[in-house]
Design a protein around this ligand. Structure first.
Ligand SMILES: O=C(O)CCC(=O)C(=O)O
Ligand SMILES: [Fe+2]
Length: 351
């Protein structure tokens, strides 16, 4: 069985090898389900430079070199990136030189952008770009210092969930030549597939409640975070929501386990005690080392991940004297879901 995130037989997938992708020659034959999509005219791809995609060879992850994200994207390129996200779960683009506005413009190709409910640490004049950092200026924090420092899926607490988070690593801590502050992922396609038939049957048709406050308070009460309590207004703007526990992945159409320890609080179709036991099992199951992959940052990397098929954790292994500075843009799943949370048809999404 392939170790990659999805089993899409396309020609850009050559396990553990380096492959030049010529966008000029890309057409529907590259993707098994592309016949459902609208394709840009061949002329539109003219002049697009080559880039290389190198799978990590691990359960998740691929690196893309030679792709300049600061220039306008063509439809075919956006499509290729979306396919790569579905297939590898986590992709990184090396050596990117992007302003905050540039990150926002690139990210906007993939869906509507979130303005985070915490409403703090935004790039000046660009609320869609958040700053993740442990740095201070004149004693004042310049960014959120402990974002994502426990296992979660972005925005599962929201009616409109997240599709992809786009992070630009501007300053990365390094100690003794080793990068710190890795971003760690776990593959929810593999987690689902390796559940027993009995568990799959039990979870079939179930939904889970996801609550923004769970993660926020875990950081405050268990991790010593200096985050203030959520205001009544912040709470009211993010009431708990329900999502199916097993999701058909909108790009690969495989089943993934859509649960995460950060936000999932309850399996709605079970008694409280039964739900507690089931969630504890699922959280332990989904974090097994065999499903995991870590992105080791290099300055200039743009890291994108698929929030449907992965969960993640920001590894807090660096000190306040080891600066980390990241620009972040969250792409919501508006390309794949309707405002009421129901999935769009494959015809509508083109995937
Ligand atoms: O800083 C990181 O590595 C990831 C933070 C995170 O979880 C997020 O931005 O959603
Ligand atoms: Fe996150």
């Amino acid at each position: 069985m392939s170790k990659s995130h999805a089993n899409i037989p396309d020609k850009i997938t050559i396990a553990a090898t380096r492959k030049v992708i010529n966008m000029n020659s890309m057409n529907s034959s590259h993707y098994s389900n592309a016949s459902r999509s609208t394709h840009p005219s061949p002329g539109k791809a003219q002049g697009t430079p080559n880039w290389t995609l190198t799978p990590t060879g691990q359960i998740l992850g691929a690196r893309i070199d030679g792709f300049d994200l600061s220039r306008p994207m063509q439809d075919l390129e956006v499509r290729a990136i979306i396919m790569a996200l579905g297939q590898y779960g986590v992709i990184s683009f090396s050596k990117q030189n992007l302003s905050a506005q540039g990150l926002k413009d690139f990210s906007a190709n993939f869906g509507e952008l979130e303005i985070n409910v915490a409403n703090m640490y935004q790039a000046p004049g660009i609320p869609e770009v958040m700053i993740l950092s442990n740095m201070k200026k004149d004693g004042v924090a310049v960014g959120i210092a402990d974002a994502g420092q426990d296992w979660h899926t972005d925005m599962s607490y929201s009616r409109m969930i997240a599709f992809s988070n786009v992070l630009h690593g501007i300053q990365i801590p390094v100690r003794d030549g080793v990068s710190l502050g890795n971003t760690e992922f776990s593959c929810m396609k593999s987690a689902y597939q390796s559940l027993s038939d009995k568990w799959k049957e039990t979870l079939d048709g179930c939904t889970a409640t996801h609550d923004f406050e769970k993660f926020w308070n875990k950081m405050r009460f268990e991790k010593g975070s200096t985050r203030p309590p959520l205001t009544a207004q912040q709470k009211a703007s993010k009431p708990p929501v329900n999502h199916p526990l097993v999701m058909e992945h909108p790009i690969t159409h495989e089943k993934v386990l859509y649960a995460n320890p950060g936000y999932a609080t309850r399996i709605n179709e079970m008694e409280q005690s039964q739900s507690d036991v089931a969630l504890a099992h699922l959280f332990e199951h989904q974090l097994q080392p065999r499903f995991r992959y870590q992105h080791v940052w290099q300055e200039g990397d743009v890291l994108m991940w698929d929030n449907f098929g992965t969960i993640h954790n920001a590894v807090a292994d660096y000190t306040p004297d080891e600066p980390r500075y990241i620009h972040r843009c969250q792409v919501m799943a508006t390309r794949f879901f309707n405002a009421d949370g129901t999935p769009k048809t494959r015809q509508a999404t083109g995937f």
